[in-house]
Design a protein around this ligand. Structure first.
Ligand SMILES: *[C@@H]1O[C@H](CO)[C@@H](O)[C@H](O)[C@H]1NC(C)=O
Ligand SMILES: *[C@@H]1O[C@H](CO)[C@@H](O)[C@H](O)[C@H]1NC(C)=O
Ligand SMILES: *[C@@H]1O[C@H](CO)[C@@H](O)[C@H](O)[C@H]1NC(C)=O
Length: 561
């Protein structure tokens, strides 16, 4: 089947599926407010998509149990929103969602594949007690403990007061807010303040965009919401996330912050942790006819340079190297004692595009002599990993296909020339057929162009989807909210600065042997990406990077902190 045909079929399935899964329930008569439940669903892997359908089925069942007696007399609509192309951030998806919102939409409940709605009835009763005319949104509030690169160093003087929602727990918006937001994003994107061209954490970027660009309705009473931040006096002119006790990071009961008592509030919406079991090593050999992925199927290409041979390589050797049989240190200088392999490319401060392509070339030659290897992972010399958890993750993907897996960032997603890429420090996983594709078609606009971005740009042009892996991290544990690290077993962290790497390794990555619970895919999870690609542009030899990447020609734009 030609690939364009598969794409068409896939798109058709998506649209019709989307359509058939949009349901309107009938509540009361004319004038009744509407509640829209949106389930934002990633394209892959199938395991996550199944989460979306399970949530949809649960909602439909709960709706039927209401037997026409709807709290608040709301009209309900459920909608599965499939993530298409670049629109994985709520903000960038909004213009496409305006058709879902109408003047009667009072509430939007925004869910993800791993959100659980414990009680639809309870939730509707709760919404009925809230003010639908206020431009507001409600969620489980996350806070930074220090200024962090993943949030563009927002509020760096005092980052602790600014709340942003835990997306997987669900977020409730008033129609008033979401309509204004959609309007702003659609009509005046150029005029609105965006702090960065990079999309890293969709949740924080959404909260900040609302904070910076919208104000509460002035005719309505302004009050409360004094958080005591340095900007405290101006907060009443701002919209910040309202922390809602009924939206929880886990299924546990929460005490209500409003009443100050310990009276528990039931969690009506909460995030489901990724439920994975360890596969005992005795069972590792064969899983339904497919050889289970272990560390020995992965080739680790570690990018280093002479200045860090003594400082960083010993840390890797003392930590995750014990689980990484096939590892090579690629440097600007060959040092026999380690050993490192010279790429023949002089070191540069940032960028590394030429070096990374040279590493891929050398690695592929090296791999051809070792039959067992299925995956190549590019990492930095200050990346920490759990190889057992990584192996379990990769077990869910088909290594004979073009698989590009990592921590997904976006660049200029709001513009037509935007693209996704996997950020380098977190570790980038490529299936071997994809390594070959890259070497055939991608090249560097300049030697010090940002390697990870050029790779992402090139692969997007080749129609390869950047698949996000939630456990990979571009920064250190302290750069992420604890709730996030507890929801998903971490697979990698990056940067040793101000940390004790060996402690991080034991505390967050399970130490050697990775005995803690790890993501464990089953055979039914195995991903097929064949149909999920965008159309291939005609390729005559190497891909030329057009004007877009003029700005990417050098490392200036790179986010390699
Ligand atoms: C941006 O702002 C300018 C001046 O305020 C206005 O004339 C222009 O229409 C705005 N552009 C958009 C796309 O809203
Ligand atoms: C993996 O992909 C190849 C090529 O698309 C296909 O032939 C094979 O059946 C797939 N394997 C599994 C287990 O899905
Ligand atoms: C992992 O579990 C095995 C068996 O329970 C134990 O012998 C081993 O010491 C554990 N390894 C680590 C690093 O905890």
């Amino acid at each position: 089947m030609p690939s364009w045909y598969r794409v068409v079929v896939w798109l058709w399935c998506l649209l019709s599926c989307c359509h058939s899964r949009t349901e309107a329930g009938t509540g009361a008569g004319a004038g009744a407010g509407e509640v829209l439940v949106v389930i934002a669903c990633p394209p892959l892997p199938r395991r996550l998509q199944e989460g979306c359908f399970a949530l949809f089925d649960s909602l439909r069942e709960q709706y039927q149990h209401l037997a026409g007696v709807i709290p608040g007399d709301y009209v309900l609509r459920f909608h599965i929103m499939h993530e298409l192309f670049n629109y994985w951030t709520l903000l960038d998806a909004l213009p496409g969602q305006t058709r879902l919102l109408n003047a009667r939409t009072e509430w939007i409940i925004w869910c993800q594949h791993n959100t659980h709605v414990a009680s639809l009835r309870g939730l509707l009763e709760q919404l009925h007690s809230q003010d639908p005319m206020e431009a507001a949104y409600y969620g489980h509030a996350l806070y930074d403990t220090e200024a962090t690169i993943v949030h563009h160093f927002a509020h760096y003087k005092n980052p602790r007061w600014f709340p942003y929602p835990l997306l997987s727990a669900g977020v409730v918006f008033t129609g008033v807010l979401l309509r204004r937001l959609a309007e702003l994003v659609a009509l005046s994107a150029q005029n609105a303040t965006r702090h960065s061209e990079f999309a890293i954490d969709a949740s924080h970027e959404l909260a900040r965009f609302i904070f910076d660009n919208l104000t509460p309705d002035t005719d309505r009473g302004l009050k409360e919401d004094h958080i005591g931040g340095p900007e405290g006096e101006t907060l009443e002119r701002k919209i910040i996330l309202k922390s809602a006790a009924y939206i929880c990071p886990t299924a546990l009961l929460h005490s209500s912050p409003e009443t100050g008592t310990s009276k528990p509030v039931p969690c009506l919406l909460y995030a489901k942790p990724e439920m994975f079991a360890v596969l005992p090593s005795t069972l590792e050999t064969r899983l339904q006819g497919q050889v289970h992925t272990t560390g020995s199927h992965i080739y680790f290409a570690i990018k280093t340079c002479a200045k860090f041979h003594k400082e960083r390589i010993p840390i890797i050797e003392r930590t995750w190297a014990t689980d990484a049989r096939h590892r090579r240190y690629y440097s600007d200088v060959a040092e026999v004692g380690i050993p490192t392999i010279s790429t023949g490319i002089p070191n540069v401060q940032t960028g590394h595009c030429a070096k990374t392509l040279a590493i891929l070339q050398l690695s592929l030659k090296d791999i051809i002599e070792q039959r067992d290897i299925r995956w190549l992972m590019l990492v930095d010399d200050d990346t920490l990993l759990s190889v057992p958890r990584l192996s379990a993750l990769l077990n869910g993907y088909n290594h004979t296909e073009h698989i590009y897996l990592g921590e997904r960032y976006g660049y200029r997603l709001y513009a037509p020339d935007g693209f996704n890429y996997h950020t380098g420090g977190a570790g980038i996983v490529l299936s071997l057929p994809l390594v070959r594709l890259v070497l055939e078609h991608c090249n560097c606009p300049s030697a010090n162009a940002p390697d990870d971005m050029i790779l992402g740009y090139c692969l997007q042009a080749l129609g390869v989807v950047a698949l996000p892996a939630a456990g990979l991290h571009q920064a250190r544990p302290q750069d992420y909210a604890r709730e996030l690290l507890h929801l998903q077993p971490p697979i990698s962290f990056h940067k040793f600065w101000n940390t004790e790497p060996e402690h991080t390794y034991r505390r967050w990555l399970g130490g050697s042997g990775g005995n803690q619970s790890v993501p464990q895919a089953t055979d039914t999870d195995r991903v097929t990406v064949a149909g999920a690609v965008a159309p291939l542009p005609p390729l005559g030899g190497r891909l030329q990077l057009p004007g877009l990447t003029a700005g990417l020609g050098t490392a200036e734009k790179h986010l390699d902190l």
